[in-house]
Ligand binder design. Structure first.
Ligand code: SF4
Length: 370
């Protein structure tokens, strides 16, 4: 599958279409513009107007062109078009900042949750505002300048930190020179060995992956990229070629999908997604339980849904296609990987395991006193 500029942007020159700056300049940010592309009923238009006051929307022309305008349940449409449930479903279980990131910021823009790694938020901007985003609380904030020197000083003063995760917003929306200057400051700190960049650009704006960007990223010693493909429809010729360019620059790519009700909460969808990711050499790393973020409740699934998806995949497809199913616990307590229950019984040195075919098999352990 390839994007279809002609679907919505008949007269656009292909050189412009493939220019990421043109894409950002022409991103759809108003209901008036959106109605020109999707069939919106008048009540839906009013609802979007209400929602965008609290949670604005942005959709790059490229990502918009992947939507089937006839399908109200299109998996990409549901991820980026505002839904009134963002305002109406707000239970006691949802929080603006469930991971308590604001409380774990010793320096503005730097989150320190785990002993050996930190997150640095470098921008609030994205090529598409994913309605399930766990930082949607920041969408209305102006993009304030990050003080990277202060962050670098913190990294230097905390030598246990070896890894920095650049996040936001989407770090790859920064100009290449700006991003390079941030990476220069970070890698100048001798205890920092690895930088991970969290970016959805390969999915929502693959034309941002330019030769210039790849050359700059490839010039650093160890950069990894984590992206977020949530549905097989997002794997297009353009996104595949963007991933290939990043890989050619020596940067491994991992995928962190989010489990979303009505979008990808079926074993066959996640299996197809992960197999396609393996084909384009992107490792299916995590399948996240959707965080308890205000304005995302309509996407939440029970824990059992994720476990069931794994049960339907383990043994039925190769291990490299199987992501870890993970909950990022509220209150910032950290990530917990969850597995289907395979241990049926454990007595003395004998375990009884359930295989992926449902057969019960005994296994005698070693080194255990009878
Ligand atoms: S790209 Fe990432 S940071 Fe941006 S809206 Fe989507 S999930 Fe949030």
């Amino acid at each position: 599958m390839k994007s279809s500029p002609e679907k919505f942007f008949q007269n656009v020159d292909l050189n412009l279409w493939n220019d990421w700056k043109w894409q950002l300049k022409n991103a759809v940010r108003t209901v008036e513009k959106l109605t020109g592309f999707l069939n919106l009923q008048s009540d839906e238009i009013n609802q979007i107007r209400k929602v965008e006051k609290k949670y604005p929307f942005v959709i790059s022309p490229y990502f918009l062109s992947l939507i089937n305008p006839e399908n109200i349940n299109d998996p990409i449409r549901k991820q980026v078009v505002p839904n009134i449930e963002e305002l109406e479903l707000m239970s006691k279980l949802s929080y603006d900042d469930p991971l308590m990131e604001k409380k774990k910021m010793p320096v503005r823009g730097l989150i320190h949750r785990y002993p050996d790694r930190v997150v640095i938020l470098v921008t609030n901007n994205c090529a598409a505002n994913c309605r399930h985003c766990n930082r949607k609380r920041n969408w209305q904030k102006k993009d304030t300048e990050l003080n990277i020197k202060n962050c670098a000083t913190y990294l230097k003063n905390n030598p246990k930190i070896r890894e920095v995760i650049l996040s936001g917003g989407d770090p790859l929306l920064l100009p290449t020179e700006k991003l390079k200057s941030i990476l220069d400051e970070i890698f100048f700190v001798s205890n920092i060995k690895v930088v991970r960049i969290g970016s959805r650009v390969p999915v929502t704006l693959p034309m941002r992956i330019t030769d210039k960007l790849c050359k700059m990223l490839g010039s650093f010693s160890s950069i990894w990229l984590n992206t977020q493909f949530n549905h097989p429809n997002e794997i297009t010729e353009e996104s595949e070629s963007a991933c290939l360019k990043i890989q050619h620059a020596g940067i491994p790519i991992n995928n962190q999908a989010v489990l979303l009700k009505g979008i990808n909460d079926k074993p066959e969808i996640i299996k197809h997604l992960c197999q396609r990711l393996q084909e384009i050499k992107v490792r299916p790393y995590y399948l996240f339980q959707c965080d308890r973020v205000s304005g995302t409740e309509h996407f939440w699934t029970p824990v059992k849904t994720g476990i069931n998806i794994l049960e339907k995949m383990i043994g039925h497809t190769g291990g490299l296609c199987i992501p870890k199913f993970v909950i990022d616990l509220p209150s910032g307590e950290g990530k917990i990987p969850l597995l289907p229950e395979n241990i049926i019984e454990h007595k003395n040195s004998t375990y009884k395991f359930k295989t992926y075919r449902g057969k019960i098999v005994s296994y005698v352990d070693v080194g255990v006193q009878q």
